[in-house]
Design a protein. Structure first.
Length: 126
């Protein structure tokens, strides 16, 4: 069921996890069920990453990406990380000096340097 390329409906995951979507209910009921499903999917995703597999949500289905599709997912992860890192650096840069932590300052500078170095390596390749 979790081999490369496997696809199954989200209802299968919910059934296996004992998650019931109410036929009628409050917004909170549906939100809670969705959150439980997300937690189960994230758990599975975390385990499969250790096997070189990515558990993708596709509409109301789940799919284990083919190995040839992993690179695209890696790029998505890196783009997301880059955005978060840029926001973190902007927040740090705009934090009043008296509240800046020396250990955080060192980490920010190391991250900035690694981004610059990676960008230089990327430019050299292309």
């Amino acid at each position: 069921m979790l081999d490369y390329g496997s696809t199954f409906d989200a209802s299968v995951l919910r059934s296996l996890a004992g998650i019931e979507l109410p036929e009628t209910g409050t917004r909170e009921d549906f939100k809670n069920a969705a959150l439980k499903e997300l937690n189960v999917a994230d758990f599975i995703r975390g385990r499969l990453i250790g096997e070189g597999k990515y558990f993708a949500s596709v509409g109301d289905s789940y799919r284990v990406l083919l190995p040839s599709e992993n690179s695209e997912q890696v790029k998505k992860y890196m783009k997301s990380a880059d955005g978060k890192l840029k926001r973190a650096m902007r927040l740090y840069d705009n934090t009043p000096k008296e509240f800046k932590s020396p250990s955080v300052s060192t980490r920010v500078h190391v991250k900035q340097r690694s981004i610059r170095d990676a960008s230089d390596r990327h430019k050299a390749l292309f």
